[in-house]
Design a protein around this ligand. Structure first.
Ligand SMILES: [Mg+2]
Length: 235
């Protein structure tokens, strides 16, 4: 029934969002001395989303947004020592240790014995490749695709390249916007991890969880049971 299973990486297989939340807190603390207010904080969140079209997803985009908004909020008065702190923060985030979620290795062991697995992740190419290598999970995957966005056109391109029929493809991930909705749109299967942390931009209010090929679980430990229950994996 399924030929390939693909996984998202950030906040699906390993921790990610909490490092961004920590980074955001550190940024706001740096700006506090310049008289930061609530509207400025809102502005930062908006800038970050608007900048995706220029810088893509990932730490570099995050830090460039912080520098840009820092200059704007302080009307150019932000000190170079503070900009230096933001650049150091980026380097720290880029060299952060990879923390794989509990249960992931066992799950991948089981699934890779039954299906070819693919990793489909978006963000900075170098950072994603480094995290993949450091995760110790590479042995379970047949293919890795680092993409700049996860639209249905991007998924369609990947499925064509690997000659995978959409109805025989399952994507597993934490983001409705990036991992679930575009795959359902193509006619594929999608399994959403609802309890994994997700950046608010990645949550889509038009959640289509009434579709037959939409599967929802809270976390990693429930995936195997869900696949067996749906008949996608035989016991
Ligand atoms: Mg993710």
């Amino acid at each position: 029934m399924i030929d390939w299973i693909a996984f998202d990486a950030d906040d699906t297989l390993w921790k990610n969002e909490e490092y961004y939340l920590e980074g955001r807190d550190r940024f706001l603390k740096i700006l506090l001395k310049y008289g930061l207010n609530a509207a400025d904080i809102e502005k930062f969140d908006r800038f970050e989303v608007e900048n995706i079209q220029y810088f893509g997803y990932g730490v570099m985009s995050f830090v460039l947004s912080m520098i840009e908004i820092g200059i704007e909020i302080t009307e150019g008065k932000i000190q170079s020592a503070d900009i230096q702190k933001l650049i150091s923060l980026a380097k720290e985030m880029l060299s952060q240790e990879v923390e794989v979620f509990e249960g992931v290795t066992t799950l991948l062991e089981t699934l890779s014995a039954n299906f070819p697995l693919m990793l489909i992740t978006k963000g900075d190419l170098l950072h994603q490749q480094r995290k993949f290598a450091a995760s110790g999970l590479a042995q379970y995957f047949r293919a890795i695709e680092v993409v700049s966005d996860k639209s249905s056109a991007v998924y369609d391109g990947i499925l064509n390249r690997y000659t995978i029929e959409p109805t025989r493809f399952l994507m597993i991930g934490n983001s409705l916007r990036s991992d679930i909705l575009p795959v359902l749109e193509l006619g594929g299967w999608a399994l959403h991890l609802s309890d994994h942390p997700t950046w608010s931009h990645e949550d889509d209010p038009s959640e289509k969880n009434d579709q037959e090929r939409y599967l929802g679980v809270k976390g990693i430990s429930q995936i195997l049971d869900k696949l067996v229950e749906t008949g996608l994996l035989s016991q």
